[in-house]
Every structure is written in C-alpha cells, then in structure tokens.
Write a protein that binds this ligand. Structure first.
Ligand code: PLP
Length: 403
C-alpha cells in the first residue's frame, strides 16, 4: 500500500527537505494548547509591527487601483530604489536592470539554483545553515557539499580553509550567508577578500544571502559583492522581511548581473507572473520613507539581545557570544546538557519544553553534524518574545539546568 502511495510522486520528492523550526513550533503550539505557558525562542519571526507609514502607503496604493498584474521584474520605482540602496551600502553600480523583485527573499534561492545548477553539480553551502539551501540543492538534483561555521575570537566564523578543501572540478556554486542564521557569524574584511579570491579562482557563481544585513546593533555591515571580481558572479538575496518587520508580506528581491536578472524574471513569468502589486508600493515607502519606527524596532531587538546574552552566560555550563547583528544567539550548551545527562538534542529539547516552557531550536535543525563536530549548540531567536518574557523564560531555563 505504502509503496503504491509513494509511487505517485516524482523521484525528486524524496529529496525535498523542510524548515524543521516549523516542527519545533508545532510542538510548542501543542504544549500551549494543553494550557502551559510557552516562551517562544524558536522561530525567526518578529512580534514587532510593520511601520505605519509602510502600511499606509500600501493601503493608498490599493485604493489607487494598484491591484493588477504588473511588470514581472517588479515596478520600476521599486527596482530603482533597490539599486540606489545597494549602490549606497554595497558600492555596486546597479541600475534597475540589475534588480528583479520577488515575493520574498526565499524564492531567490530556488531561482538561483535553477539558473546555474545542472544535475550532479556540487554546491557549497553553510552547515549549520538555513535548511532550505540543502533541501533545494538536493531537490533540484545537485550535490550539497557543506562547509562549517566554527567558533573563533569573539564570534563564530566561516571555515574558509575547509570550504576551499571541499572544492572539486564539479563545484559550480557557492552559497554565502554573511550575517549568518543560526550562528550570527560574520566575515571580516580579510575573510571577504579570501572568499572572493576563491570564488574568482574557481569560477564559482555565488548566492549571497543578505537577509540580516540591516539587523545590526554595532559597526557596519559590508557585502562580499563589493570585493573585486564579485559583482559579475554574485546574485544577492534581499528581503524586506526582517529589516522592516514584514515577514508575512512576502516581498524581497534578487540583485545581480542584468542577464541573470532577465532569466530570474522570466522564471517569475512562468511561476508567479509578477509580485503583488500594491505591496511593492509599501516596500518603496520602506526604503525611501520615514525610518523612525524601523530604528525603534532595532532598538527593541538590541535590548533583547543584551538581556539574552547576559542571562545565558549566567547559566552554569552555557556560554554565548555577543553578536553584533541578526536576532539569533547560538550558545554552546555542551556542559549544561552533559550535566543534565543528555547526549541527544531531541529528548533534551522535549525535557526543557516540558519543565520550563522554553521552546528553541538546536544545532540539528540546521543540517546534519559535520565529521568531528562534538559541541552542542542551541539557537534562540529573540525576535518574537518581549523583554519580560525573555527574563521569565531564561530564569526558568537557568533553574532547570542548574537543578
Ligand atoms: N535567508 C535566511 C538566512 C533566512 O533566515 C530567511 C528567513 O528566515 C530567509 C532567507 C528568507 O526570508 P524571506 O523569504 O522571508 O525573505
């Protein structure tokens, strides 16, 4: 029976992965439905409001009749605003022809792979990392080759030597998520230089996932696309989701060489026709309008980061870097897990949820362990939980882990 059931699907379906953080969310929801308090640290969604000026601009656009099909690459005003934004922040020289508006940042991943990857091609991707990379590489017939994100001075960093050692004649593509989910790792100037040199030398096309570029509390974000030789080989994933608290609006963009954008926009013709019309006017307001509420949201996130880092580091057996960007922390909990008698994540997370109500993700939600990897890490997102609940939840976690 099962065999017959399976046979109705195409072969590639067995390679389709998922975002396992949603499975953690389902467990948390069941725990809450049973009448328990849940402290939601698991999903990278925001409980902060989309700025009002963005909502108003969108509403005005709807009333003005911006409700029809529109150009498959996006409305020219938004494409130009994105090109201007990148030229200002990433030292590119883009015009609107280098921009293809998309219904979210995520759609850029599959479109990039379909544009450049043949079956059997090898694609380097970060592990731990956003699980959709591995899922879509395998789904489209590629070979997913992981590179590590490793502890370093003051923060996690990219294992660039390991990455280079994994390159073979079949390696075609490199995926880089600088300002990284789940670890908050970021490249130094020197590391960006090294990555660019490797990409050029091995003639790799690069997907630069910059979803968290603007979620930054100190310093300034810089992009790999600004390095020599990178503009012609980079496709950038841009999203309004995190920066403007617009995760459910589904609006983002691909940016890169014009001939690549033409292919990507032709995929839009085939798959979506175009991105939602009136929402693009909201996105335009997001980039060009008042930034007061955006700044306020960032300030809220900064306070949450400070509290999370401080409280996590106060727990025996837990150590946590203080990232300058993203809304994730990725503490090492090896000792705390050992002290509680756990060697596997799943029973540990279940016990924590049951005893404290704290719901979070673990290393294994972001890819399978790499050879020789022994440490134990959790990922806590502080984007969807306020300061008082962070304090309450992490106090409970502390009491449980130290009991
Ligand atoms: N890339 C990374 C690393 C992410 O963490 C996310 C969302 O969590 C995305 C891309 C996709 O974001 P969206 O499709 O909402 O733009």
């Amino acid at each position: 029976m099962m065999e017959k059931e399976n046979s109705i699907f195409a072969d590639r379906i067995k390679n389709l992965g998922t975002e396992t953080a949603f499975l953690v969310a389902a467990k948390a929801a069941a725990h809450a439905a049973a009448g328990n308090t849940v402290y939601p640290f698991h999903l990278g969604d925001l409980d902060l409001k989309t700025p009002e000026n963005i909502i108003e601009a969108t509403y005005r656009a709807m009333l003005a009749g911006k409700t029809g099909y529109n150009p498959n690459a996006g409305i020219p005003e938004l494409r130009q605003a994105l090109a201007d934004e990148f030229n200002k922040t990433r030292k590119t020289s883009y015009s609107l022809k280098n921009v293809s508006v998309q219904p979210g940042g995520k759609p850029v991943i599959a479109k990039f792979l379909r544009a450049f990857m043949n079956p059997g091609d090898e694609v380097l991707y970060p592990n731990p990392g956003f699980p959709i990379y591995e899922s879509l590489i395998r789904f489209h017939g590629g070979v997913a080759v992981p590179y590590g994100i490793v502890p370093s001075e003051g923060n996690y960093t990219f294992d660039i030597d390991g990455l280079e050692k994994s390159i073979t004649p079949r390696t075609q593509l490199l995926i880089v998520n600088d300002l990284h989910n789940p670890t908050s790792a970021e490249c130094s100037k020197e590391e960006r230089g090294k990555l660019a040199e490797i990409a050029v030398r091995h003639n790799l096309m690069v997907l630069l996932d910059e979803a968290y570029f603007d979620i930054r509390y100190e310093g300034r974000s810089a992009s790999l696309v600004s390095e020599s030789g990178m503009a012609e080989r980079s496709v950038i994933l841009y999203t309004f989701s995190k920066r403007f608290a617009m995760t459910g609006w589904r609006i983002g963009a691909a940016l890169g060489p014009e001939r690549v954008m033409d292919i990507i926009s032709t995929m839009n013709v085939n798959e979506e026709s175009c991105t939602n019309h009136f929402i693009q006017y909201g996105a335009l307001e997001a980039l060009t309008g008042d930034q007061e509420q955006v700044k306020e949201n960032l300030e809220i996130l900064r306070k949450r980061r400070d509290l999370c880092v401080e409280m996590l580091n106060s727990i025996t057996g837990v150590s946590c870097y203080r990232p300058h960007a993203t809304f994730y922390v990725y503490p090492d909990v090896s000792e705390a897990m050992y002290n509680k008698g756990f060697s596997e994540y799943e029973p540990f997370l279940d016990a924590v949820l049951k005893n404290t109500g704290v719901s979070m993700c673990a290393r294994t939600h972001f890819g399978s362990l790499l050879p020789g990897e022994t440490g134990k890490n959790l990922r806590l997102a502080y984007s969807g939980i306020d300061l008082s609940r962070i304090e309450e939840g992490l106090n409970r976690l502390k009491h449980y882990l130290e009991r």
